[in-house]
Design a protein around this ligand. Structure first.
Ligand code: ADP
Ligand code: MG
Length: 250
C-alpha cells in the first residue's frame, strides 16, 4: 500500500526537472517536500498525477504501476491534489467550487439526475449535506455564496483544499497550501491535515514554511535542482548547517 516513486526522471527539452527521484508515502503518513524554486517539487506532483510524462522510472500507487494510466483514472483511483496556483472561474461561488470536488464520485449520479431516475434526488441531497460539512470544517460556510474572484488568496487556497478532500481521497498532494494564509487559517489547515491523516489519508506536502513542516511531518525530502539532497526527519535537518544556510536564510 502507498505511493512508491522509484528513480523517476522527467525532462523538459534540455532541462532535467527530476533526476532519479525516489519518494514513498504510506497511508496515514505526511511526507514533506521542500527545496528552492525550480527544484522540481511541482514536477514531482505532476508526475504522480500524470500531468507530465516520465522519461524513466516507476510510479506505483497501491502496488499498481500508473505510469501509463491517464490522470482522470488516477484521480478516480483515490488521488487528489491542489495546485500551487489555484485556478477557479472567478464567477463561481465558494459552494460551487467545493461541489466540483464531488464530480468524480458523482458522475453516475449526474447522469442519472439528467434522466430524472429515482435515487438521483437522494444522491444530490447526500452530496449537498457532505458539502455543507466540508464548508463548515474549513469555516467557509458564511462565504458559500461569495464568488471566488472576490476572495483573498489565503481563502482561495482553503477552498482548493476543501474541494480536494470532497472526494475522500486516499492520497492527497498539497502544493504550497499555506502560502498567503493568515496564522489562524494556517492552524485550521494543519488541524484538518492532521484529521485526514488520522483517518488514514497519506499526504504529500510541498511547503516552504519549515515550522509547519516540523509540526506536521515525520519525514522530509529535500530536492535540489531535480535531485534528492536529503531524506529523513525534519529535526535532523534543522541541525544541518548547510541546509539552514541554504533554506532558512539564517
Ligand atoms: P518547483 O515546484 O520546485 O518550484 P518545478 O517542478 O515547477 O519546480 O520546476 C522544475 C524545473 O522544471 C524548472 O526548471 C522549471 O522551469 C521546469 N519546468 C516545470 N514545468 C515545466 C513545463 N511544463 N515545461 C517546461 N519546463 C518546465
Ligand atoms: Mg512549485
Amino acid at each position: 500500500m502507498g505511493i512508491e516513486v522509484s528513480n523517476v526522471t522527467v525532462r523538459f527539452g534540455g532541462i532535467t526537472a527530476l533526476s532519479e527521484v525516489s519518494v514513498s508515502l504510506s497511508p496515514g503518513q505526511i511526507v514533506a517536500v521542500i527545496g528552492a524554486n525550480g527544484s522540481g517539487k511541482s514536477t514531482l506532483f505532476n508526475s504522480i498525477t500524470g500531468l507530465v510524462s516520465v522519461a524513466s522510472g516507476s510510479i506505483r500507487i497501491d502496488d499498481d504501476e500508473v505510469i501509463r494510466i491517464p490522470p482522470h483514472r488516477r484521480i478516480a483511483g483515490g488521488l487528489a491534489r491542489t495546485f500551487q496556483t489555484p485556478r477557479f472561474d472567478p464567477r463561481i461561488t465558494v459552494e460551487k467550487a467545493v461541489l466540483c470536488g464531488f464530480y468524480p464520485v458523482a458522475r453516475s449520479g449526474f447522469v442519472r439526475s439528467l434522466l430524472h431516475t429515482p435515487g438521483s434526488a437522494r444522491e444530490e441531497r447526500t452530496i449537498r449535506r457532505e458539502c455543507d460539512g466540508i464548508l463548515a470544517l474549513f469555516k467557509l460556510d458564511k462565504l458559500r455564496s461569495v464568488p471566488m474572484g472576490e476572495l483573498p488568496m489565503g481563502q482561495v487556497r482553503l477552498v482548493e483544499v476543501a474541494r480536494s478532500v470532497a472526494n475522500k481521497p486516499k492520497y492527497l498532494l498539497l502544493d504550497e497550501p499555506a502560502a498567503g494564509l493568515t496564522r489562524v487559517e494556517q492552524e485550521l489547515l494543519s488541524a484538518e491535515i492532521r484529521n485526514l491523516v488520522a483517518r488514514g489519508v497519506g499526504v504529500l506536502l510541498v511547503e516552504h514554511n519549515f515550522n509547519l513542516v516540523q509540526q506536521l511531518s515525520e519525514h522530509v525530502v529535500v530536492l535540489d535542482r531535480g535531485s534528492i539532497l536529503f531524506t529523513g526527519a525534519p529535526a535532523e535537518l534543522a541541525g544541518n548547517r548547510a541546509f539552514v544556510d541554504a533554506y532558512l536564510g539564517t
